[in-house]
Design a protein around this ligand. Structure first.
Ligand SMILES: Cc1cc2nc3c(=O)[nH]c(=O)nc-3n(C[C@H](O)[C@H](O)[C@H](O)COP(=O)(O)OP(=O)(O)OC[C@H]3O[C@@H](n4cnc5c(N)ncnc54)[C@H](O)[C@@H]3O)c2cc1C
Length: 313
């Protein structure tokens, strides 16, 4: 029977919603599900993980070096813990992409990325070519399978669980070639782009960093996160952690509003699982309209103020 280890993503205080999605993926593999919380003080996070439905046990691995999620420190610990498991699963977020391949390499095992569907214990579906082709991959041989779960493909596990918690200590020597210096993060009151139910994104059509105010303003009215196309990021209108798409964030909001975005395939792959897509573009032939549920053809600088005025009523 499978024994699946899910690695919790958190900021030291709260569990990231991406972990609940990874637990759903683990549930499809079947068998026991354990969630590992690497932290300096795992208390709150472990409590939240224990409530996820389908989780049998939460393991807390507390040590000073686990205060910050450095791949150099977490990967050897995960590789050591993996020996007791048939599968190790993490959400395919920036955190998971940083850590899991490194842990798999240290364990000497193969890794499957962006799992969308579980066919069998060693057989999975995943996208290639920016989501245009879905392939079925089989992990050959025996031993632990390392798999990242494409977060947008999995509905988060519910919170009605009540798993037990176990403190685990791992006798793993950590490398000395890496140290945590500091974290520089954008402070934002807005929801997190990766997990927000509503997202307003701007593209090259917005024209400048200054003009992006119109996107922030609509997002704030809707309580939405702000995203962007790669062209908008490359032009310096917004920071690159706003980027949605193949080389940015893969998201699945209930509502996605694309403003001045043409709808290149590399952008669309990031919003494939969005609920309702609204596109605002002055070009009626823009490819974004082929995937949009609601299309507004016109100048964004006229449409957005009208939308805001309507929302204010
Ligand atoms: C390997 C690779 C990876 C990539 N990864 C990504 C990725 O992760 N994410 C991503 O987004 N792109 C990615 N790209 C780039 C992608 O191919 C496109 O170049 C990019 O998405 C275009 O961004 P855009 O739609 O903002 O710009 P454009 O294609 O220039 O479109 C701008 C749109 O704005 C409209 N517009 C202009 N003015 C107005 C106005 N006043 N009112 C209304 N509409 C207006 C125009 O009609 C046009 O449709 C990648 C490319 C490659 C090769």
């Amino acid at each position: 029977m499978s024994q699946v280890l899910v690695i919790a993503q958190h900021d030291g205080e709260a569990l990231s919603p991406a972990t609940a999605r990874a637990v759903s993926c683990a549930g499809k593999i079947g068998g026991d599900i354990h969630v590992a919380v690497f932290a300096k003080d795992a208390g709150n996070v472990a409590g939240e993980a224990a409530k996820l439905e389908g989780v049998n046990k939460v393991l807390t691995i507390e040590r000073e070096e686990n205060a910050t999620p450095l791949a150099a420190f977490l990967a050897p610990q995960i590789a050591a813990l993996a020996k007791d498991y048939s599968h190790v699963v993490m959400a395919s977020t920036t955190f998971g992409k940083d850590i899991l391949p490194r842990a798999a390499a240290l364990a000497g095992k193969a890794m499957v990325t962006d799992v969308m569907e579980v066919i069998g214990e060693r057989e999975f579906k995943r996208p290639i070519y920016a989501g245009n082709v879905i392939v079925t991959v089989t992990v050959p041989g025996e031993g632990t399978v390392f798999a990242s779960a494409r977060a947008a493909s999995w509905i988060p596990a519910g919170t009605g669980g009540n798993a037990s918690t176990e403190t685990k200590s791992l006798d793993v020597a950590l490398p000395t070639h890496t140290e945590f210096v500091k974290l520089e993060a954008e402070e934002s009151e807005r929801p997190d782009l990766q997990s927000a139910p509503r997202v307003v994104s701007g593209g090259r059509g917005v024209g400048s960093e200054e003009n992006f105010k119109i996107i922030y303003s609509l997002a704030d009215k809707l309580g939405a996160a702000v995203g962007a196309s790669r062209a908008a990021v490359d032009a310096g209108y917004v920071p690159n952690d706003f980027q949605v798409g193949q080389t940015g964030k893969i998201i699945a909001p209930e509502l996605y509003i694309a403003v001045g975005i043409s709808g290149a395939i590399q952008h669309l792959t990031g919003i494939k699982d969005a609920g309702t897509i609204v596109a605002i573009n002055k070009d009626p032939d823009a490819p974004i309209f082929e995937v949009a549920d609601v299309g507004l053809v016109g100048d964004l600088f006229e449409i957005l103020p009208e939308l805001e005025a309507a929302l204010a009523k």
